[in-house]
Design a protein around this ligand. Sequence first.
Ligand code: NAD
Length: 509
Amino acid sequence: MTITNQETATQTLTHFIGGEMIAGKSERFGKVYNPSTGEVTALCPLASREEVNEAVEIAQKAFPAWKNTSVAKRVEVIFNFRNLLVEKTDCLANIIGLENGKTISDAKGEVLRGIEAVDFALNAPHLLKGEYSINVGGKINSYSIKQPLGVVAAISPFNFPVMVPLAMTMMAVACGNAVILKPSERVPNSALFISELWKKAGLPDGIWTVINGDKEAVDTLLANPKVHAISFVGSTRVAEYVYHEGTRHNKRVAAFGGGKNHMVIMPDADLDQAVTAFLGAAYGSASQRCMAISVAMPVGKGTAEAFVEKLKTRVEELKVGAYDDADADFGAVISQESKETVIRYINESLSEGAQLCVDGRHPEINEKEKGYYLGATLLTGVTTEMKIYQDEVFGPARIVVGVNSLDEAIQLINDHEYGNGVTIFTENGAAARRFTEQIEVGMVGVNVPIPIPVGYHNFGGWKNSRFGEGQMFGPDTVRFFTKTKTISERWNDTKDIVNKTEFSFPSNQ
Ligand code: NAD
């Protein structure tokens, strides 16, 4: 997987093309950091246009045989892959922690959720069944089949180095496509490790490719006519760009972007339950989740005071630490730049009148640690005009925005540019029903911390959280990675053959 650079002792990573780890030829590299220590651990090759196009050619050549492999055989390979993921969960969790900074227990949870996507792909034989109608008109039967697209690409973010690539690609492989993954250049080790598992599982060479790179690689995939679909997950700015560029090149594109997820706390909610739910959903993974709760929205002054009073001490108790510190609740953020951005948002909001309820800007960390640590910050008195309310803040600074009624909460959430996830805590079924019906958000929870759907339900946000109609997870992934062909056929008995031209629809006969 790696080539050791003797002079610098850093690892120089590779691509995975045609079933082999292949050294980069572009002579451009990105640095891979260990966010827990701030050290550079590896150099990631950044593919050139030529390298990406060569990889697409190799995938294209491998595609027909995989397409023609029976779905039962394809699923057998996926089953082997699943078992290897289970066997190597600890190893994978360690790789994730090292390059992403999240704690080992969080990373293991990520692998488990990734395996859910694998499990769902094992249903491909059932999900690929088409539709059949007999005798739609004079001796004619009509049926539709789902066929793979060919070479498809997935472009993934840093915050889930395993779960998101698996969610994006498993059904694509199961449906018979050849997949090219362009992982985040900040977390390339996880994708390369997964590639080794695919090889061991028996996936034919060329069906799974990892091309490491940056914008140049992405732009090449978007422009290459042999790439038929693009699944993208990342920031909204890039998601929108990928959607427009991909569709301009006549590809189908599902581009998932950022989020700003609210938790509404009604006056009748069980506050202890809501506080406990908020802690994990808001600060888990150092808040670097597209579905993290960013905003607590208590309804009524009394609810806000009681909620904040209970929450404050619990937030103060949260511990940030190295990815392998078993006592840490969450780890470092991904980079120094990210840390500075979060601090800037906090400082700006304070100058605009927000109040610091818990200050996590200077966490106590062992002096040896040069990682990108931020403690948990909680701000009250935040208004909807502040940038810290409007933007996705990808780090552990969370805010409380009070409202006077459920209607006001619904209005504010619907007015927000993002619509990824939302949740409400209440004991009132009628309030929950009104909320779930009226809210303009793709994934909605009632008394659950983060409403991420299970692997067999569709995942996808609304508004600026998703561009295009594709979904991650769930049955709609089959639709995204296949094209439907509808066949009408007539097999006449000899006695039925009439040499007469027909001018009306056969269904009328
Ligand atoms: P990012 O947008 O910086 O990067 C995502 C991918 O796009 C990477 O592979 C990167 O190499 C590539 N990329 C970056 N800039 C590009 C450019 N200018 N042109 C073409 N490609 C480019 O995102 P990130 O920081 O890695 O990930 C965090 C973001 O992802 C957050 O906004 C988070 O909410 C979002 N996210 C969304 C979901 C979801 O399901 N909606 C899931 C996970 C993460």
